[in-house]
Every structure is written in C-alpha cells, then in structure tokens.
Design a protein around this ligand. Sequence first.
Ligand SMILES: [Fe+2]
Ligand SMILES: [Fe+2]
Length: 193
Amino acid sequence: MTRPALQVIRDEHSAVSAVLRSMLQMLDRGPDEEQERFFDVLRAMLFYIDEFPERRHHPKESDLLFPKIARMAPHLMPVIRKLEDDHMSGERRVRELQHLLLAWELLGDSRRPAFEQAAREYVQFYFNHMRTEETELLPVAQKMLGEDDWAQLNAAFQANADPLVGGDRDPTYDRLFTRIVMRAPAPIGVGPE
Ligand SMILES: [Fe+2]
Ligand SMILES: [Fe+2]
C-alpha cells in the first residue's frame, strides 16, 4: 500500500504522540511493585524515539521537505530555522533522558525528580515541534509543492516504516514493538490500567 508523504508524516507524528502521552501517564502513576517492567518500558520508549523519529523521520524532513518549502515559501524561513534547531538538539535531548532514566533506575529515587522534570519538558518540546510542522508547514507544502517534489517525498517517506504506525512492519522490530505496545498504558499500549 502506498501512502503519500503527508499522511506518513501525520501518522508518524500520531505514533510518537501516543508514546509520549503514555510516557506521561507512567510518570503520573510512578513505578508500582513491578519496578523492572516500568523501567523496561520507559527505556524501550526512549530507544524507539531515538531510533525512529530522531534518526529517520527528522532527517527526511530536514533533508528533503524543509528545503523544498523554503524555496517555495521563503517567508517561512524563521519557522524552518526554529524547527531545524529542534532537530539538531533532539538527539542530544533524548540521549540525555536515557541517561537520566538509568540514573533513577540504578542510583535510586534521589534521581527521580531530575528525570521527571526533563521528561515532561521534553514531551512539551516535542508536542510543540510537531504542532508547528502540522499547522505552519504541511498546509503550505500541500498547496505549493509540485508533482516531482511529491514523487520524491513519497518515495522517501514510504521507506523505513515506523514500527508503531500500522501497516507492514519489519520483523526486526517485533521485540521493541511488543515491549512498548503490550506493556505500556494507553494510548500507545494495551498494558495494565
Ligand atoms: Fe520535525
Ligand atoms: Fe515531523
């Protein structure tokens, strides 16, 4: 099944939003008696964000989509520059979170507030980023880009599908998928209430 690039972008945003919302729910509830599972799931979520949104989704936007939009709509340059800065700092931010989570897990509760605060800030940062793309860039792209642009974007965005978006999934990601979807709470998962 082929899905146009815009749909892929929106679907990938929905998948990462669902992960981030589930992460907030887990933070609100805190670890229960099954501490190990709690940390396993959070670790899998952060790994997923690093592996997919950071390494596949963002580079396609930065390398292909943003330059095309900048060419057609130069007045959007300030917005694009801000989103570019977000992409540049995203990988560092998620790595930092992975470290803060390990610190909480291995060094104990004195390190919990630091992770919680950084995680909540990160979620906000990410939501704002996606909202800006969806409200300020995608509608312009839809209106202004031509057939050739779309052919190129569609091909790029259909490659390396995000395992948390429906459709065909590379079996390599089965374990990651299972850990997140079977164990995390809604909206991404079907784990315990
Ligand atoms: Fe982005
Ligand atoms: Fe995006």
